[in-house]
Design a protein around this ligand. Structure first.
Ligand SMILES: Nc1ncnc2c1ncn2[C@@H]1O[C@H](COP(=O)(O)OP(=O)(O)O)[C@@H](O)[C@H]1O
Ligand SMILES: [Mg+2]
Length: 218
């Protein structure tokens, strides 16, 4: 069981520019996968399409043998809310909420904010932000905001975690900590993790590394 991508194409614009030109990829449950490639090679696009945040132009994406390219938007939301965590390259915290409230955000939809509070605090601790749970996003650094977003993505214990350059704004110590956290989550919760990175050391820490060149995987 896991995710299977078959002959995936994605184009943008008119006339269409092909970004992904026939990607075939299998991600097994429990996997830890890194995606590398030059800037503009389509890494974010691939991550978005695999994670349901964007639609393919053609080709299929299967979750446990279910073709998600045929799901309607309500079914997609259901899948996303129940199984998927996402860390954006630009974290999208809500500026009027505290650090803790931002981390708890995915719990509000299911009215689980009380039950998840302790877990949220432990995740804030794991990303090295203990003591800052009451700050507003504007009162912490960009790297700290990114770590809040990482804690938020893990709150609901997603089956799949997708992260777009999660360490891109972090210094070495905090980048190393996030990679260590990914390894811990992958091992202890069996979370399947797929992350994009520019950093070859971090890419090599994955169990599997895939590279995008000219819209295809090498
Ligand atoms: N929404 C969009 N509309 C038009 N072009 C896009 C869009 N998203 C990405 N692209 C183009 O697709 C290519 C790949 O982008 P992206 O997936 O962001 O690359 P990477 O993450 O590897 O830097 C780039 O040329 C980019 O300009
Ligand atoms: Mg990108």
């Amino acid at each position: 069981m896991g995710i299977k991508v078959v002959n995936l194409h994605k184009s943008f614009g008119e006339p269409p520019v092909q970004v992904l030109k026939g990607i075939d990829l299998t991600i097994n449950d429990g996997d830890l996968v890194s995606i590398v490639g030059r800037s503009g090679s389509g890494k974010s696009t691939l991550l978005y399409v695999i994670s349901t945040l964007d639609r393919a132009t053609s080709g299929e994406v299967y979750y446990d043998n279910q073709n998600i390219t045929t799901l309607n938007s309500e079914q997609i939301h259901q899948l996303r809310n129940s199984q998927i965590g996402f860390v954006f390259q630009f974290h999208y915290l809500l500026p009027e909420l505290t650090v803790l409230e931002n981390v708890l955000l995915p719990a509000y939809k299911k009215k689980l904010q009380k039950e998840k509070r302790e877990y949220a605090l432990s995740l804030i601790n794991e990303v090295g932000l203990s003591g800052k749970e009451g700050r507003m996003p504007g009162q912490i650094s960009g790297g700290e905001q990114q770590r809040v977003a990482i804690a938020r993505s893990l709150l609901m214990d997603p089956r799949y975690l997708f992260a777009d350059e999660p360490t891109g704004n972090l210094d070495t110590v905090n980048g190393d900590n996030i990679m260590a956290l990914f390894h811990r989550i992958n091992e202890s919760k069996k979370t399947t993790i797929v992350y994009v990175t520019h950093d070859l050391d971090y890419a090599n820490q994955a169990r599997r590394k895939i590279e995008l060149v000219d819209g295809l995987l090498t």
